[in-house]
Write a protein that binds this ligand. Structure first.
Ligand code: F6P
Length: 341
Protein backbone atom coordinates (compact mmCIF):
# COMPACT_ATOMS: atom_id res chain seq x y z
CA UNK A 1 0.00 0.00 0.00
CA UNK A 2 0.98 3.62 -0.46
CA UNK A 3 0.11 5.39 2.77
CA UNK A 4 -0.10 9.11 3.54
CA UNK A 5 0.69 10.46 7.01
CA UNK A 6 -0.25 13.88 8.37
CA UNK A 7 -0.23 15.76 11.68
CA UNK A 8 -2.89 18.42 12.31
CA UNK A 9 -3.86 20.94 14.99
CA UNK A 10 -1.64 22.27 17.75
CA UNK A 11 1.71 20.47 17.81
CA UNK A 12 2.40 18.14 20.67
CA UNK A 13 5.49 16.36 22.07
CA UNK A 14 5.40 12.77 20.78
CA UNK A 15 4.13 13.45 17.25
CA UNK A 16 7.50 12.47 15.80
CA UNK A 17 7.53 9.28 17.86
CA UNK A 18 4.20 8.29 16.24
CA UNK A 19 5.47 9.09 12.73
CA UNK A 20 8.63 7.06 13.38
CA UNK A 21 6.67 4.07 14.68
CA UNK A 22 4.19 4.15 11.77
CA UNK A 23 7.02 4.20 9.22
CA UNK A 24 9.34 1.76 11.01
CA UNK A 25 6.66 -0.90 11.37
CA UNK A 26 4.82 0.00 8.17
CA UNK A 27 7.85 -0.04 5.87
CA UNK A 28 10.20 -2.30 7.85
CA UNK A 29 7.75 -5.03 8.84
CA UNK A 30 4.71 -4.74 6.52
CA UNK A 31 6.58 -3.48 3.43
CA UNK A 32 4.40 -0.43 2.72
CA UNK A 33 5.45 2.84 1.13
CA UNK A 34 4.86 6.25 2.75
CA UNK A 35 4.20 9.82 1.67
CA UNK A 36 4.41 12.64 4.22
CA UNK A 37 1.75 15.34 3.90
CA UNK A 38 2.88 18.72 5.15
CA UNK A 39 1.00 21.02 7.50
CA UNK A 40 -2.06 19.02 8.45
CA UNK A 41 -5.01 18.95 6.07
CA UNK A 42 -3.37 21.69 4.00
CA UNK A 43 -1.01 18.96 2.71
CA UNK A 44 -3.54 16.77 0.88
CA UNK A 45 -5.55 19.88 -0.01
CA UNK A 46 -2.66 21.64 -1.75
CA UNK A 47 -0.54 18.60 -2.68
CA UNK A 48 2.23 19.49 -0.23
CA UNK A 49 4.24 16.33 0.25
CA UNK A 50 7.66 15.19 1.45
CA UNK A 51 9.49 11.87 1.37
CA UNK A 52 8.83 9.65 4.36
CA UNK A 53 11.00 6.56 4.36
CA UNK A 54 12.93 4.87 7.16
CA UNK A 55 15.98 7.19 6.71
CA UNK A 56 13.67 10.21 7.13
CA UNK A 57 12.51 9.11 10.57
CA UNK A 58 15.96 8.37 12.01
CA UNK A 59 16.77 10.39 15.15
CA UNK A 60 13.32 11.94 15.55
CA UNK A 61 12.08 9.92 18.57
CA UNK A 62 13.17 12.48 21.20
CA UNK A 63 12.37 15.56 19.11
CA UNK A 64 9.38 17.77 19.92
CA UNK A 65 7.14 19.27 17.24
CA UNK A 66 6.49 17.40 14.02
CA UNK A 67 8.76 16.86 11.03
CA UNK A 68 5.62 17.05 8.86
CA UNK A 69 4.54 20.48 10.09
CA UNK A 70 1.03 21.21 11.27
CA UNK A 71 -1.84 23.64 10.74
CA UNK A 72 -5.42 24.19 11.79
CA UNK A 73 -6.64 24.15 8.16
CA UNK A 74 -10.22 22.89 7.97
CA UNK A 75 -10.96 21.58 4.43
CA UNK A 76 -14.68 21.53 5.19
CA UNK A 77 -14.56 25.32 5.58
CA UNK A 78 -13.02 25.68 2.10
CA UNK A 79 -15.17 25.64 -1.02
CA UNK A 80 -14.62 22.28 -2.77
CA UNK A 81 -12.03 21.33 -0.11
CA UNK A 82 -13.06 17.70 0.52
CA UNK A 83 -13.34 16.97 -3.24
CA UNK A 84 -9.90 18.51 -3.76
CA UNK A 85 -8.48 16.18 -1.13
CA UNK A 86 -10.02 13.00 -2.56
CA UNK A 87 -8.84 14.00 -6.04
CA UNK A 88 -5.28 14.68 -4.85
CA UNK A 89 -5.12 11.41 -2.92
CA UNK A 90 -6.27 9.57 -6.03
CA UNK A 91 -3.70 11.35 -8.22
CA UNK A 92 -0.88 10.54 -5.77
CA UNK A 93 -1.96 6.89 -5.64
CA UNK A 94 -2.62 7.04 -1.88
CA UNK A 95 -4.46 3.94 -0.64
CA UNK A 96 -4.82 5.00 2.99
CA UNK A 97 -4.15 7.86 5.38
CA UNK A 98 -2.89 7.95 8.96
CA UNK A 99 -4.21 11.19 10.50
CA UNK A 100 -2.62 12.21 13.79
CA UNK A 101 -4.54 14.94 15.58
CA UNK A 102 -7.07 16.11 18.13
CA UNK A 103 -10.83 16.47 17.92
CA UNK A 104 -10.68 18.84 14.92
CA UNK A 105 -8.23 16.82 12.79
CA UNK A 106 -10.00 13.56 13.66
CA UNK A 107 -13.38 15.23 13.01
CA UNK A 108 -12.21 15.96 9.45
CA UNK A 109 -10.88 12.37 9.21
CA UNK A 110 -14.31 11.04 10.24
CA UNK A 111 -16.08 13.05 7.53
CA UNK A 112 -13.52 12.06 4.88
CA UNK A 113 -13.95 8.42 5.82
CA UNK A 114 -17.69 8.84 5.26
CA UNK A 115 -16.76 10.12 1.77
CA UNK A 116 -14.84 6.93 1.09
CA UNK A 117 -11.27 7.81 2.17
CA UNK A 118 -9.44 4.99 4.00
CA UNK A 119 -8.37 6.64 7.26
CA UNK A 120 -6.99 5.52 10.60
CA UNK A 121 -6.73 8.12 13.35
CA UNK A 122 -4.20 8.64 16.14
CA UNK A 123 -5.42 10.87 19.00
CA UNK A 124 -3.20 13.75 20.04
CA UNK A 125 -3.56 16.70 22.35
CA UNK A 126 -1.66 18.08 25.30
CA UNK A 127 -5.10 18.89 26.79
CA UNK A 128 -5.94 15.17 27.36
CA UNK A 129 -9.59 15.97 26.63
CA UNK A 130 -10.48 13.24 24.11
CA UNK A 131 -13.10 11.01 25.63
CA UNK A 132 -12.26 7.82 23.75
CA UNK A 133 -8.78 7.43 25.23
CA UNK A 134 -7.61 7.38 28.85
CA UNK A 135 -4.55 9.46 27.96
CA UNK A 136 -3.20 11.30 24.96
CA UNK A 137 0.55 11.64 24.45
CA UNK A 138 1.89 15.16 25.02
CA UNK A 139 -0.18 15.61 28.16
CA UNK A 140 2.44 14.10 30.47
CA UNK A 141 5.13 16.34 28.97
CA UNK A 142 2.97 19.47 29.34
CA UNK A 143 2.18 18.59 32.95
CA UNK A 144 5.85 18.05 33.77
CA UNK A 145 6.81 21.38 32.20
CA UNK A 146 4.09 23.18 34.18
CA UNK A 147 5.06 21.34 37.37
CA UNK A 148 8.68 22.38 36.99
CA UNK A 149 7.57 25.99 36.48
CA UNK A 150 5.48 25.81 39.67
CA UNK A 151 8.42 24.34 41.61
CA UNK A 152 10.59 27.25 40.48
CA UNK A 153 7.92 29.86 41.19
CA UNK A 154 7.57 28.63 44.81
CA UNK A 155 11.03 29.89 45.76
CA UNK A 156 10.73 33.31 44.16
CA UNK A 157 7.18 33.76 45.55
CA UNK A 158 8.45 32.99 49.06
CA UNK A 159 11.41 35.37 48.73
CA UNK A 160 9.15 38.28 47.77
CA UNK A 161 6.08 37.38 49.85
CA UNK A 162 4.01 37.50 46.69
CA UNK A 163 1.13 35.53 45.30
CA UNK A 164 2.12 34.06 41.95
CA UNK A 165 -0.47 33.03 39.40
CA UNK A 166 0.44 30.43 36.77
CA UNK A 167 -1.80 30.37 33.70
CA UNK A 168 -1.68 27.04 31.87
CA UNK A 169 -3.37 25.76 28.69
CA UNK A 170 -6.85 24.25 28.71
CA UNK A 171 -9.77 26.04 27.07
CA UNK A 172 -12.54 23.66 28.06
CA UNK A 173 -10.78 21.01 30.15
CA UNK A 174 -8.66 21.60 33.23
CA UNK A 175 -6.52 18.45 33.12
CA UNK A 176 -3.17 20.23 32.79
CA UNK A 177 -4.06 22.65 35.60
CA UNK A 178 -5.33 19.83 37.82
CA UNK A 179 -2.33 17.52 37.39
CA UNK A 180 0.36 20.22 37.38
CA UNK A 181 -1.29 21.94 40.36
CA UNK A 182 -1.51 18.71 42.35
CA UNK A 183 2.05 17.73 41.49
CA UNK A 184 3.36 21.22 42.27
CA UNK A 185 1.47 21.76 45.54
CA UNK A 186 -0.64 24.69 44.32
CA UNK A 187 -2.50 26.85 46.83
CA UNK A 188 -5.59 26.66 44.64
CA UNK A 189 -6.37 25.24 41.18
CA UNK A 190 -8.96 26.87 38.91
CA UNK A 191 -10.40 24.95 35.96
CA UNK A 192 -12.93 25.71 33.18
CA UNK A 193 -15.36 23.03 34.39
CA UNK A 194 -16.03 24.69 37.77
CA UNK A 195 -16.58 28.47 37.96
CA UNK A 196 -14.67 29.85 40.95
CA UNK A 197 -15.55 32.29 43.70
CA UNK A 198 -12.96 35.09 43.77
CA UNK A 199 -13.73 35.58 47.48
CA UNK A 200 -12.74 31.96 48.19
CA UNK A 201 -9.60 32.26 46.09
CA UNK A 202 -8.57 35.33 48.09
CA UNK A 203 -9.35 33.53 51.36
CA UNK A 204 -7.05 30.66 50.29
CA UNK A 205 -4.33 33.15 49.35
CA UNK A 206 -4.60 34.91 52.71
CA UNK A 207 -4.53 31.69 54.70
CA UNK A 208 -1.36 30.63 52.94
CA UNK A 209 0.30 33.95 53.70
CA UNK A 210 -0.74 33.51 57.35
CA UNK A 211 1.10 30.17 57.32
CA UNK A 212 4.21 32.12 56.16
CA UNK A 213 4.15 30.33 52.86
CA UNK A 214 3.64 32.13 49.53
CA UNK A 215 0.65 31.02 47.47
CA UNK A 216 0.80 29.69 43.93
CA UNK A 217 -2.51 29.87 42.08
CA UNK A 218 -2.74 27.58 39.04
CA UNK A 219 -5.39 28.67 36.55
CA UNK A 220 -6.43 27.09 33.24
CA UNK A 221 -6.79 29.64 30.44
CA UNK A 222 -10.53 28.85 30.16
CA UNK A 223 -11.35 29.13 33.89
CA UNK A 224 -13.99 31.72 34.80
CA UNK A 225 -15.27 33.40 37.95
CA UNK A 226 -18.84 32.61 39.00
CA UNK A 227 -21.20 34.58 36.77
CA UNK A 228 -18.32 35.30 34.32
CA UNK A 229 -18.49 34.85 30.59
CA UNK A 230 -15.75 33.05 28.65
CA UNK A 231 -16.23 35.32 25.63
CA UNK A 232 -14.72 38.17 27.67
CA UNK A 233 -11.35 36.38 27.33
CA UNK A 234 -11.73 35.82 23.58
CA UNK A 235 -8.97 36.99 21.26
CA UNK A 236 -10.45 35.71 17.97
CA UNK A 237 -11.54 32.40 16.44
CA UNK A 238 -9.53 29.75 14.59
CA UNK A 239 -10.67 27.82 11.46
CA UNK A 240 -12.57 25.33 13.61
CA UNK A 241 -14.41 28.14 15.41
CA UNK A 242 -12.43 27.75 18.66
CA UNK A 243 -11.79 30.81 20.76
CA UNK A 244 -8.24 31.91 21.37
CA UNK A 245 -8.16 32.81 25.02
CA UNK A 246 -5.93 34.84 27.25
CA UNK A 247 -6.07 37.12 30.22
CA UNK A 248 -7.58 35.21 33.15
CA UNK A 249 -4.19 35.10 34.93
CA UNK A 250 -3.76 38.89 34.71
CA UNK A 251 -7.34 39.43 35.82
CA UNK A 252 -6.74 37.23 38.87
CA UNK A 253 -3.53 39.01 39.85
CA UNK A 254 -5.34 42.38 39.79
CA UNK A 255 -8.26 41.07 41.84
CA UNK A 256 -5.97 39.40 44.39
CA UNK A 257 -3.88 42.55 44.82
CA UNK A 258 -6.92 44.76 45.25
CA UNK A 259 -8.76 42.43 47.61
CA UNK A 260 -5.87 41.21 49.80
CA UNK A 261 -3.40 44.08 49.56
CA UNK A 262 -0.67 41.53 48.74
CA UNK A 263 1.50 41.79 45.66
CA UNK A 264 0.50 39.34 42.91
CA UNK A 265 2.12 38.54 39.55
CA UNK A 266 1.22 36.28 36.66
CA UNK A 267 3.27 33.87 34.58
CA UNK A 268 1.61 32.65 31.37
CA UNK A 269 3.31 29.39 30.31
CA UNK A 270 1.73 29.37 26.83
CA UNK A 271 3.48 27.38 24.12
CA UNK A 272 6.39 26.38 26.36
CA UNK A 273 4.01 23.61 27.46
CA UNK A 274 3.97 22.19 23.94
CA UNK A 275 7.61 22.59 22.99
CA UNK A 276 10.67 20.40 23.37
CA UNK A 277 11.39 16.79 24.03
CA UNK A 278 8.63 14.36 25.15
CA UNK A 279 8.78 12.50 28.46
CA UNK A 280 9.43 8.75 28.48
CA UNK A 281 5.71 8.12 29.12
CA UNK A 282 4.74 10.13 26.03
CA UNK A 283 7.42 8.52 23.84
CA UNK A 284 6.20 5.05 24.78
CA UNK A 285 2.50 5.90 24.36
CA UNK A 286 3.13 7.62 21.03
CA UNK A 287 5.20 4.67 19.80
CA UNK A 288 2.50 2.17 20.82
CA UNK A 289 -0.17 4.30 19.10
CA UNK A 290 1.93 4.42 15.91
CA UNK A 291 2.45 0.66 15.85
CA UNK A 292 -1.25 0.01 16.50
CA UNK A 293 -2.34 2.51 13.83
CA UNK A 294 -0.22 0.98 11.08
CA UNK A 295 -1.41 -2.49 12.08
CA UNK A 296 -5.00 -1.27 11.61
CA UNK A 297 -4.13 0.13 8.16
CA UNK A 298 -2.33 -3.11 7.23
CA UNK A 299 -5.39 -5.12 8.26
CA UNK A 300 -7.72 -2.86 6.25
CA UNK A 301 -9.58 -1.72 9.38
CA UNK A 302 -10.43 1.87 8.42
CA UNK A 303 -12.64 4.48 10.10
CA UNK A 304 -11.09 3.70 13.47
CA UNK A 305 -8.71 5.43 15.83
CA UNK A 306 -6.35 3.88 18.32
CA UNK A 307 -6.89 4.56 22.00
CA UNK A 308 -5.47 3.73 25.42
CA UNK A 309 -7.83 1.84 27.72
CA UNK A 310 -6.14 1.02 30.99
CA UNK A 311 -2.79 -0.27 29.78
CA UNK A 312 -4.09 -1.70 26.49
CA UNK A 313 -4.14 -0.09 23.06
CA UNK A 314 -7.52 -0.68 21.43
CA UNK A 315 -9.34 0.46 18.28
CA UNK A 316 -12.52 2.53 18.52
CA UNK A 317 -14.71 4.07 15.80
CA UNK A 318 -13.25 7.42 14.67
CA UNK A 319 -16.55 9.19 15.31
CA UNK A 320 -16.48 8.05 18.94
CA UNK A 321 -13.21 9.85 19.52
CA UNK A 322 -14.51 13.25 18.61
CA UNK A 323 -18.11 13.40 19.78
CA UNK A 324 -17.56 14.08 23.46
CA UNK A 325 -14.98 16.11 25.32
CA UNK A 326 -13.43 14.50 28.39
CA UNK A 327 -13.62 17.06 31.16
CA UNK A 328 -12.53 16.98 34.81
CA UNK A 329 -15.27 15.53 36.98
CA UNK A 330 -16.05 16.91 40.46
CA UNK A 331 -14.58 13.82 42.20
CA UNK A 332 -11.17 14.41 40.68
CA UNK A 333 -11.37 18.10 41.59
CA UNK A 334 -12.36 17.24 45.18
CA UNK A 335 -9.15 15.19 45.56
CA UNK A 336 -7.10 18.27 44.71
CA UNK A 337 -9.26 20.58 46.84
CA UNK A 338 -8.06 18.84 50.04
CA UNK A 339 -4.78 20.74 49.61
CA UNK A 340 -6.17 24.21 48.85
CA UNK A 341 -5.56 27.09 51.23
O1 F6P B 1 -5.39 22.18 21.76
C1 F6P B 1 -4.10 22.34 22.21
C2 F6P B 1 -3.82 23.76 22.65
O2 F6P B 1 -2.49 23.81 23.08
C3 F6P B 1 -4.76 24.30 23.75
O3 F6P B 1 -4.43 23.92 25.05
C4 F6P B 1 -4.64 25.77 23.54
O4 F6P B 1 -5.77 26.45 24.02
C5 F6P B 1 -4.52 25.90 22.06
O5 F6P B 1 -3.98 24.67 21.58
C6 F6P B 1 -3.66 27.04 21.60
O6 F6P B 1 -3.74 27.11 20.22
P1 F6P B 1 -2.71 27.90 19.30
O7 F6P B 1 -1.38 27.22 19.40
O8 F6P B 1 -3.30 27.82 17.96
O9 F6P B 1 -2.63 29.29 19.87
Amino acid sequence: MRIGVLTGGGDCPGLNAVIRAVVRKGAGVHGHEFVGFRDGWRGPLENLTRPLGIPDVRGILPRGGTILGSSRTNPFKIDGGPAQITENLHRLGIDALVAIGGEDTLGVATKLHELGVNVVGVPKTIDNDLNATDYTFGFDTAVNIAMEAIDRLHTTAESHHRALIVEVMGRHAGWIALHAGMAGGANVILIPEIPFSIERVCAYVESRFQAHYAPIVVVAEGAMPEGGDISSLEKGLDAFGHMRLGGIGEWLANEIEQRTGKEARTTVLGHIQRGGTPTAFDRVLATRFGVAAIDAVHGGDFGVMVALRGTDIVRVPLAEGTTELKTVDPTRYAEAEVFFG
